[in-house]
Design a protein around this ligand. Structure first.
Ligand SMILES: NC(=O)c1ccc[n+]([C@@H]2O[C@H](COP(=O)([O-])OP(=O)(O)OC[C@H]3O[C@@H](n4cnc5c(N)ncnc54)[C@H](O)[C@@H]3O)[C@@H](O)[C@H]2O)c1
Length: 273
């Protein structure tokens, strides 16, 4: 119960890595704000959280709408009186080689993977700065708070057909390293996890027709052909894709008190790839 009395926001908590992370943090005792664009998926996550004796607030909305990130942060602070942990996880893929990449596609990938975390953290700073300053004045130090941004090996190494996605996931690394420098004075650790191949709907295998997912009103082609999955597995020393629980474990490590002196780091969670 290392996160007891902490309050954590997890974006994109409706399924996949986000849902598993919410479960992991709840098991450690954290109260949660779970956010997603998909209300049905979020309700299902809520059912999974029933087993844990923690408070949970659900927030539905499209984080790429300009005022939603600020509203989310305000709702968290209003409901719980503060915010200790932020997991910027919401995301999706919209793949295509550069010559097929539209401006809309490029912008969409930057919006969800870079602008949304920027807006959430900017809104958080409005509450953080006066709060941390007051804590320093009365106790001599500010409580340690944690930000974990979700990146990808596409952002650290590049990935064919993912120019927009890779740029967004690289941008969030710049955001992470910069805020680690700016927010050290407030005792906030800011780190990122760069995932390799994790089993979710984004990486589901297919043999014939390419699967599609719905994000808001839009459909996106996702998945990896069985051939691509086999080729990928061969580049992974552990020989397989990661599970969502293993992905959540990597995020969890960076929320623990044991990581209080780790900031500005990019933890790769890729089975060694
Ligand atoms: N699965 C992988 O192999 C992998 C690898 C590297 C990085 N990632 C990253 O991990 C994160 C989670 O991905 P996942 O694989 O669990 O996918 P997922 O599709 O299972 O979950 C992502 C969640 O984000 C939500 N979301 C998307 N756009 C949103 C928006 N505008 N507003 C609010 N919610 C929104 C979706 O509804 C969904 O519930 C993403 O940032 C993804 O880019 C995944």
């Amino acid at each position: 119960m290392s996160l007891i009395s902490k309050t954590a926001l997890v974006t994109g908590a409706g399924q996949g890595i986000g849902r598993s992370t919410a479960q992991r943090l709840a098991r450690a005792g954290a109260n949660l704000i779970i956010q997603d664009i998909d209300a049905d998926a979020l309700s299902e996550t809520m059912l999974h959280l029933k087993a844990f004796n923690v408070d949970v607030l659900t927030l539905t909305g499209d984080l790429t709408e300009a005022d939603v990130p600020e509203q989310v942060v305000q709702d968290c602070v209003k409901a719980f009186g503060g915010l200790d942990i932020i997991i910027n996880n919401a995301g999706y893929i919209w793949n295509g080689a550069l010559h097929n990449h539209s401006e809309t596609q490029w912008q969409a990938m930057l919006d969800i993977h870079a602008t949304v975390p920027f807006r959430i953290l900017k809104a958080f700073s409005e509450w953080l700065r006066p709060t941390a300053k007051a804590e320093i004045q009365s106790n001599g130090f500010a409580c340690c708070r944690k930000v974990v941004n979700v990146s990808s090996v596409s952002g650290t190494q590049g990935s064919a057909t993912q120019v927009g996605y890779a740029a967004g996931k690289a941008a969030v690394i710049g955001l992470t390293k910069t805020l680690a420098k700016e927010w050290g004075r407030y005792n906030v650790t800011v780190n990122a996890v760069a995932f390799g191949h994790i089993e979710t709907r984004l990486t589901q295998g297919y043999s014939d027709s390419i699967p599609e997912i719905k994000v808001g009103d839009q459909q996106f082609r996702v998945g990896l052909s069985n051939q691509q999955r086999n080729a990928l597995a061969q580049t992974v020393p552990l020989g397989r894709a990661g599970t969502v629980d293993e992905a959540a474990g990597a995020i969890y490590l960076l929320t623990l008190p044991e990581s209080d002196y780790i900031t500005g780091e990019i933890l790769t969670c890729s089975g060694g790839a």
